[in-house]
Design a protein around this ligand. Structure first.
Ligand SMILES: *Cc1c(COP(=O)(O)O)cnc(C)c1O
Length: 442
């Protein structure tokens, strides 16, 4: 039984039956080294490993745990749904309710189609864009992660960045050839590619605020420029809010940046995931009826899913969005600011040059003189930072009972359950971790 085995033994056994011992690469601690921590349970701001050690968690399931882990009302909603059946393969009124909750927050998502993963959401959005325009080419930005579908793996951040890979084996030349990758925050590059190939381009897809190469805040006007240029060439704009949606604010990054009333820009399609499923496998895409009705059974763009709109996942999503009120977002924002300040103070105290970049309550730290002086606007900037300082920093935090994301290219996630006790534990752990970062060598 796991309880009788050390973490190393469990990991070794896991590697015998699961590739790399994990079901999503970044969990393997590849870029920070050491043995991945196998978890047994989680509650509020904490996760507990199989040896019974408790950590303050700054991963929050990579975002979904906005309200903290195992929020009693979310768990009760799922338990209640479970007693009525796990999956029907037929429509339910709860799906309608969740679609309405989303539309209430993001009015441009007039219609929503639910899927089980963010990967499916962006993949389906691309298919709609290609179906709507009759064009093949898609444009994405280096360092943006949109899930692991073939067309979107080129220069994807997240686990691909962590593993230092340019892309992925197993993606056909044809698929890769239809994807144009541009530097993020570079309006001139976007204009140039549209000037040259505008009539071939179906869409531009971008993270609303990139959070998978560390946080790279869009420069003012960048998302508006994507909107303007795509519209001028009859291409669609897909805003990937899988990570930011319903996390950085009630209406996601789009709501923060564009404003919900008279927005400064509105994409054609949104992709949602993570928070919208409240910790269960649920994601979705939304947009105006004219585009969304291109999907089967109304239109010719096929998409389907056995577990799509699954009743348990839908119940978790409804409960989470219902509980995620202004007070909850204020708590997450305040907790995030507290940790950002403590982090900056600890690094300043030992003279580690750094830059903390934010997108609402999401943030990440980039080490190094260049990052500190100029900030990080692109994937190349992110990769050029002093990434070698992160592994010892990460492990010092872990040893002190704080679980950070196991990659410098990932965001730090707070929740509404990160109370003073949890925030104090983080603050107490930071000084020694900062010293570890200071003495790190390349
Ligand atoms: C996590 C993520 C995805 C993929 O979602 P999965 O549910 O892991 O497939 C897509 N886009 C962004 C921006 C993400 O952060």
């Amino acid at each position: 039984m796991p309880g009788h085995l050390s973490m190393e033994e469990v990991y070794r056994h896991a590697c015998e039956v699961i590739p790399g011992g994990v079901n999503s690469p970044v969990r393997a601690f590849g870029s920070v080294g050491g043995t991945p921590v196998f978890l047994a349970s989680a509650s509020g701001p904490h996760v507990v490993d199989i040896e019974g050690r408790e950590y303050v968690d700054l991963v929050c399931s990579w975002g979904p745990a906005l309200l903290g882990h195992a929020h009693p009302e979310v768990v009760a909603a799922v338990q209640d749904a479970a007693t009525r059946g796990l999956s029907f393969g037929a429509p339910t009124t709860a799906e309608v309710q969740l679609a309405e909750l989303i539309r209430g927050r993001v009015p441009a998502a007039e219609k929503v189609r639910f899927v089980s993963t963010g990967t499916e959401a962006t993949m389906t959005a691309l298919r709609i864009a290609r179906g709507a325009t009759g064009r093949d080419v898609i444009v994405k930005f280096a360092g943006c992660y949109h899930g692991h579908s073939d067309a979107l793996l080129a220069e994807a951040g997240s686990g691909v960045a962590t593993a230092g890979l340019p892309g992925s084996a197993g993606v056909t030349k044809a698929s890769a050839g239809d994807t144009i990758v541009l530097p993020y925050n570079d309006v001139a590059a976007l204009e140039a590619v549209f000037a040259e190939r505008g009539s071939e381009i179906a869409c531009v897809i971008s993270e609303a605020a990139p959070a998978n190469m560390g946080i790279v805040t869009p420069l003012p006007g960048f998302n508006e420029a994507i909107r303007r240029i795509t519209a001028a060439h009859g291409a669609l704009m897909i805003l990937d809010e899988v990570l930011t949606g319903f996390r950085v604010g009630p209406s996601g990054w789009w709501g923060l940046e564009a404003g919900v009333q008279n927005p400064t820009y509105t994409p054609d399609l949104f992709a949602f995931g993570k928070v919208v499923g409240g910790g269960m496998p649920l994601a979705g895409l939304g947009g105006p009826a004219a585009l969304m009705d291109l999907l089967a059974p109304v239109g010719p763009v096929y998409q389907a899913g056995t577990l799509s709109g699954n009743p348990l996942a839908t119940a978790a999503g409804i409960a989470t969005l219902t509980l995620a009120d202004a007070a909850a977002y204020a708590q997450v924002d305040a907790a995030s600011l507290t940790v950002q300040r403590a982090l900056a103070d600890a690094l300043d105290a030992v003279g580690v040059p750094h830059r903390i970049q934010t997108a609402g309550n999401l943030f990440s730290v980039f080490f190094g003189e260049d990052a500190a002086a100029r900030g990080v606007a692109t994937y190349s900037d992110a990769k050029a930072a002093d990434t070698f300082r992160y592994p010892p920093f990460f492990h010092a935090m872990l040893d002190a009972g704080v679980a950070l994301p196991p990659s410098v290219f990932e965001a730090w996630f707070l929740s509404a359950a990160h109370d003073d006790a949890a925030l104090n534990r983080i603050a107490e752990a930071l000084p020694s971790a900062a010293r570890a970062a200071a003495s790190a060598t390349r």
